[in-house]
Design a protein around this ligand. Structure first.
Ligand code: PFF
Length: 450
């Protein structure tokens, strides 16, 4: 077996995987998708989708990564030599490289908003829709923020797998939970917050439609970082004696818990201010600052502290996810082209930075450049989240369910037969990977394309 860097013990593995999973998907996307889908009933379907579908797919990706102990393309080339499957590996490198470019634009917004929170800009009333609109459509401010955000992320990668990614996640993730819990405590104490809590926790099952189910699956996929090589790459840094089921389960639990906490941090404030929860993607960047600036009139100091904590949370969650997106490319370049991680990191940075600049400018100077009626940022997001990510997930379950030998998958789950695994549990997971997941993923694919 080749010597390979690893994250460390189980806690470090779960923290690194959770660092990838918990990101803008939980804080920025989850609350507004819940808002657009009617609240608690969506949350219920989302939890089911995560347990029944996403978790088995997560396991499938872990099997590929840990068994091959290689970057995405190397992994598929190792497990299916002499076939075209390495092209799936290559796709799994390209997808996160595209995603990280616009992800770091939004990450930059959170950095900029943190700065605004620290300099009390919200309390002077410049938050809100107008503030957000003029900020994203300006040229330089978002670009500087995007650049700084990418520099922070690549800096962590330069630290190495264990000392950079592993360490930052192990220290940072618990802090992230403390931060979000502090915000939740504040949010639920606001007058009128009860409605927001009820909205998240009291399901009205009559609201569940086909769209709810498909949106829930899509969100769960996005949130667990599936279908884009991240779990394959990160699992390649998991030691052979580690229990893949335990790490996957721990990661999904942390991710779900954090999404719920983020919802509890945001919805009560939204309801307390009488704003409609379905306001969409702008929820945390224009609705929330609007709320902050109006609350600041009554409680300036407390509101400033909460605003700082909030955008610090968003920033940190986004950085650890961006790191995982970047690491897929860095692992690929450094292993396949035998270059140092540093050189690979610089190349990945340059690519993500240039594409990110174009995405950022698509809100301002390049706003008129539209393809299929979409700006470049939206186009890239839709193309990646609705098409590439889904194709990646589909190929992954087909590979593990139909190409790999069942005995090899079992072997990986039981660490070479040294760990006991209930046959029923294995059969259930294998059934989902082989039959249920491909069908469900195809349904999501067609629904989003149509
Ligand atoms: N899972 C992370 C998040 O929820 O933010 C990272 C991520 C997943 C980013 C999927 C982008 C993406 F398309």
């Amino acid at each position: 077996m080749k010597a390979r860097e690893h994250f460390g013990g189980r806690a470090a593995v779960i923290m690194a995987l959770a660092g990838s999973a918990i990101g803008l998907g939980n804080i920025w996307r989850f609350p507004y998708v819940v808002g657009q889908n009617g609240g608690a009933a969506f949350v219920f379907v989302y939890i089911l989708a995560t347990i029944l579908l996403s978790l088995p797919i997560f396991f499938a990706e872990s099997v590929i990564g840990r068994r091959s102990r290689a970057n995405c393309r190397g992994a598929l080339a190792t497990l299916a030599p002499g076939t075209k499957w390495h092209l799936f590996g290559l796709l799994s490198v390209i997808t996160p490289m595209l995603i990280v470019s616009y992800y770091s634009v939004v990450g930059g917004w959170s950095l900029d908003y943190l700065y605004k929170a620290v300099t009390l800009s919200f309390t002077s009333g410049s938050g809100g829709t107008e503030g957000f609109g003029s900020f994203v459509s300006s040229t330089w401010e978002p670009l500087i923020a995007h650049t700084l955000f990418l520099l922070i992320s690549i800096g962590i990668i330069f630290g190495g797998v264990r000392k950079g990614i592993g360490k930052v996640s192990k220290i940072g993730m618990p802090i992230l939970f403390v931060l979000v819990v502090a915000i939740v405590i504040y949010a639920v104490s606001l007058p009128g917050a009860g409605k927001g809590v009820e909205y998240l926790l009291h399901p009205d099952f009559s609201k569940i439609t086909g769209k709810t189910v498909l949106d829930a699956i899509g969100q769960s996929f996005y949130s667990l970082s599936l279908g884009m090589g991240i779990i394959i790459t990160y699992s390649s840094y998991v030691r052979k004696e580690e229990n893949l089921l335990a790490t996957g389960f721990g990661t999904a639990t942390a991710d779900l818990l954090f999404a719920m906490l983020a919802g509890m941090a945001i919805m009560p404030a939204v309801f307390a201010s009488g704003i409609a929860p379905e306001s969409g993607p702008g929820l945390i960047f224009d609705t929330l600052p609007f709320i902050f600036s109006s609350m600041a009139l009554k409680m300036p100091v407390l509101t400033s502290i909460v605003a700082i904590l909030f955008f610090l949370t968003v920033l940190f969650a986004a950085v650890t996810s961006a790191v995982s997106l970047l690491e897929v490319g860095v692992a690929y370049l450094s292993e396949e082209f035998k270059m140092s991680r540093r050189k690979a990191g610089v190349l990945v940075f340059i690519f993500a930075w240039i594409l990110g600049v174009i995405c950022s400018l698509s809100f301002g100077p390049l706003a008129d450049v539209q393809i299929f009626g979409l700006g470049l940022f939206d186009l890239l997001d839709k193309f990646c989240s609705n098409i590439l990510l889904i194709i990646g997930g589909l190929l992954c379950v087909i590979f593990v369910g139909w190409k790999m030998k069942r005995a090899d998958v079992y072997d990986e789950f039981t660490n070479g037969g040294t760990k006991r695994l209930n046959a029923r549990v294995f059969n259930a997971i294998y059934f989902v990977i082989r039959y249920l997941a491909p069908i469900a993923v195809l349904m999501v694919f067609f629904s989003s394309v149509l």
